[in-house]
Every structure is written in structure tokens, then in C-alpha cells.
Design a protein around this ligand. Sequence first.
Ligand SMILES: *Cc1c(COP(=O)(O)O)cnc(C)c1O
Length: 388
Amino acid sequence: MAFNLQAELAARKEQGLFRQTQVAQSPQGPLMKINGQSYLTFCSNDYLGLANHPVVVEAFKRAADEFGVGSGSAHLVNGHTDYHEQLELALAEFTGRESAILFSTGYMANLGVVGALLNKQDAVFEDKWNHASLLDAGLLSGARFQRYLHNDLDNLQTRLARSDGRRKLIVTDAVFSMDGDSADLKGLSTLAKQHDAWLMVDDAHGFAVLGDQGAGLCEQANLNQDDVQILMGTLGKGFGTAGAFVAGSSELIEYLTNFARPFIYTTAMPAAIAAATLASLDIVKNEPERRVHLQKLIQLFRAGAQNLGLTLMPSNTAIQPVLVGDAKDALHMSEQLKQQGIMVTAIRPPTVPEGTARLRVTLSAAHSEQQVSQLLDALKTITIRRNT
Ligand SMILES: *Cc1c(COP(=O)(O)O)cnc(C)c1O
């Protein structure tokens, strides 16, 4: 019985931390059918409502007619089509960088970049709250791995000053995925320059959502490729499709093309995904009203939640967690919302620190003001019950 999996699974259940997949019977959108039930959902990363946008779907279908479904091989063999090429050029232009490279997922992009750039002679500095894929990337690279206190530049500075790593890489989420707050990219960039380090920013939750053009937190903070040498973005969230990219200098992208193993040794994303992403990129750029509406919903939700006495986080992004504390309480609240036909995910340890379980509300430009009010009304009934 060396592999006694049952005991660990039972312990997870006991702690209120057990997880299982939910089965959807409809496309992404505010109203979904999940496990056979209808729900108003507040748990998707489809921030602009593009995952099921007719223009994006049509671009996907047309490209599937032209190029089929499978790309058949890696980018460096014969899987890289015109659509992949166009998308890389378009993403470089969109982010104001010289060049860009596609990855099949954001997780792989992060493993690819950090693994290619660093080895055990080097040092990597990660914000304590970085996404799991960034932490894994740092650990797997073999570089000396340090986590600095969340958004604490003094703590990071001390660590940088003490380091004698050959290369020093600072790695951060732009928008922290479980809290919705943002990194001080300007401060990080200044610090990086002072210590001859590079800065890598993962803007999975900022792309499409932040910046006038939707080019994310770097656009908003006005930081170019000399300030943020490595910019990573995902396509499965605000863009509504799938995959990821890294943008930076031509030299960096050429280097990753040659040394990033999760780029080299994997099948290229389907051409139709690249074509669909080109269509969604057009919408991201040309329909800023989606971001304006989303911001309005964010303000509406925050004001309403504060009125109810709920604890919010310092976030002005689409991620608006309600802090609960205990994992079982969070799960219970999520269940109560579910009974009222509203789906909000309870986020529990180990994804977040012990004692900070939360309801992770995510808003989308596809939601209406009325739907946000409906969520607030439901939260009100739960809050009252908890306090009496
Ligand atoms: C979702 C996410 C990823 C992973 O991207 P995928 O394309 O879903 O693999 C990486 N980093 C952050 C911050 C994320 O939120």
C-alpha cells in the first residue's frame, strides 16, 4: 500500500479542500448550463465576453476550413502557418515590442522563458503571490529561488543587493490572479535597472482589460521593452481563445525560439486558434466600450459589496474577491449561492494562504448591471444569515 491515495483524498475532503471538475453544457457567458443546471456565473476569465463572440467563432471556422484542425507538428517543423506568423507580428505591434512568440498555454510559456534563461548560476526573485506556473518555472529552472513579500520593494531590494547570481530575474504577475490587485511595475522596473536585473511580467489578467488599447498593465504604466524586458500574456482569458505569447526584443524572441523547450518540443496551437485570436485582437483594440462597461460593473459591485459590509480586496480589475477566511465557510457560501442559481467559485488553500479563503467573483463586459445587482441581492441574503 505504498500509494495510499485514499487517505490523502479523505483528508482533503475533511478539510473542505476537495476539488472536482464541473461539466458545462453551454458556451462561456453570464448564463450557463453546468452539471445540467442553469446558472448566472461570476467565475469566468472571459473578461470581455469574446470566447463565444460570433466574429471570433466565424474566424475560427473559416480557418478550420482552410487549414484543418490539427497543426500536425511543432512551430520549428511545419506546424507554423500564415495565421501563426500574422498573430505573432500583430501581438508584437499591439504590445509595442520588437517581436513575439506563441506558446500553446500560459503555463508552458512561463516554464519556457524562465527555464531557457536561467540555470543554477542564476537567481530568480518572485513575488510571494505569483501564479503557480511562475513559481513552478522558477523552481524547475534550478536557479536560486527567492520569494519576496507581496509587492514589497524594500524586501526585494535587500534580496537583490545580497545576490551574486550571474543573471538576476525578477518575476511578477501584473494583476494578481487570486486578489486582483496590481504590481508596482514602475517601481519594479527601476529596481531591476539599479541591480542589473531583468523584469518579467505575466499579464494574464491585464491583457484586454487594462490600458486604453487593452494592451494591459504595461500600456497603462507606459513601460516599454527596455523597462519590462519580458512580457508574457495569455490568450485564453480576456482574448477569449487559447494559448499564450511572450513579447520583447528580437534577440530575446530568437533566443526563446532556440532554447525554450516547451516551445520547441510541443505541437503548435491549431491555426484556427491563431486566426480566431487575430479576430478577437481586433475587437480588443477597436471596442474600448467593452472595457468602459466592465469598469462600470466593477464600481457597481464594489460599492454594493461595501454597503453589505463585505470585505473586498484593493482591486480595480475584473477580479473582485470577497474575503471569507475559513475554507469551509467559503465553500458553504458558494453552495448557498449555487442554490440561488449563481455560480461563484470558493478559492481555498493551497491556492491562497491559510485563513484567507474567499469567494472569487469575476466580472465580464458580457454581464449586465442588472446581473451584478442580482449577485449583490443574493450575497445579502447569505450575509444576513451568517450574522444572525
Ligand atoms: C491563467 C494564468 C496562467 C496560465 O495560463 P494558461 O494559458 O491558462 O495556461 C499563467 N499566469 C497567470 C497569472 C494566470 O492567471
